[in-house]
Design a binder for this molecule. Structure first.
Ligand code: ZN
Length: 71
């Protein structure tokens, strides 16, 4: 398997090195994408929770007013 070109670079090693570099870069990019997706999910979850609380407060306030005021 050992074969060296004129430049002294083994073609097999070059292919393996290129694949290693490419795979590592793609992996890093995928990690970044996953982190971004998780951040979006966290923000969406926070928004859902806040809006649920707001809806609950509004609904309870309306119900309490209806019960006490009779309007
Ligand atoms: Zn009223």
């Amino acid at each position: 398997m050992i074969h060296y070109e004129e430049g002294g670079i083994c073609p097999i090693m070059r292919v393996l090195a290129e694949e290693t570099e490419l795979a590592a870069r793609l992996y890093s990019e995928a990690v970044v994408q996953l982190e971004d997706a998780n951040e979006r999910i966290d923000r969406a979850r926070s928004a859902v929770n806040e809006l649920r609380d707001r809806a609950d407060v509004a609904r309870i306030g309306l119900q309490e007013h209806l019960d006490s005021h009779g309007c």
